[in-house]
Design a protein around this ligand. Structure first.
Ligand code: SF4
Ligand code: SF4
Length: 178
């Protein structure tokens, strides 16, 4: 990820952060929280979706009763783009309505229900890429809010402390073979 690469580069040489116009300056935010963070591809996807429902029909999360509907995600994005986009044009780029795509339109429960199986993207007649959009929003939750599911947060802590996803020290690794 380019944003993470830049962040690590800045950590290696903090003076770069104060060079004006530096293309390596830190990103304002990791991942997608609201429409300002959405990629142009996701934006065009939301406008081109015909709402045919093929993506939701093959989604294993939806089929097994989870809250997730891949079609709804792009309908939500289109709605939010229209709502906030026009308000920004009218009130300037710093406009805020104290709402965001995540939480006010798309819940964490929907985002974490995705298995990233890619069935939705494979089925979509318009080549819309749902998993990349979902992963961008998950990335915001994990990297900006540390709001991942409990199980994932435990794995992240273990990797940070032990260099492995388990709660055991990496120094004890050879014990596993006994
Ligand atoms: S399959 Fe594609 S076009 Fe149809 S509802 Fe899903 S995202 Fe929209
Ligand atoms: S990638 Fe996620 S949203 Fe798409 S079909 Fe699989 S579980 Fe459903």
């Amino acid at each position: 990820m380019e944003s993470v690469y830049k962040e690590v580069k800045l950590m290696m040489d903090p003076n770069q952060a104060f060079v004006s116009g530096n293309e390596n300056s830190a990103p304002s935010r990791f991942g997608t929280k609201d429409i300002e963070d959405v990629s142009w591809k996701n934006f065009i996807d939301s406008l081109s979706c015909t709402q045919c429902g093929r993506c939701t029909a093959v989604c294993p999360a939806n089929i097994t009763g989870k809250k997730l509907s891949p079609r709804k995600l792009f309908v939500d994005l289109r709605y939010r783009m229209t709502e906030k986009g026009f308000a920004i044009l009218k009130n300037g780029k710093d406009y805020s309505d104290n709402k965001s795509l995540i939480n006010d339109y798309i819940s964490k429960e929907e985002l974490w229900a995705c298995t990233t199986c890619n069935a939705c993207a494979t089925e979509c007649p318009l080549n819309i890429n749902h998993p990349s959009f979902i992963l961008d929003m998950r990335r915001y939750l994990v990297m900006e809010e540390a709001a991942g599911p409990t199980g994932l947060n435990a794995i992240f802590s273990n990797i940070e402390n032990n260099g492995a996803p388990w709660q055991y020290s990496s120094d004890d690794r050879l014990n596993w073979t006994l």
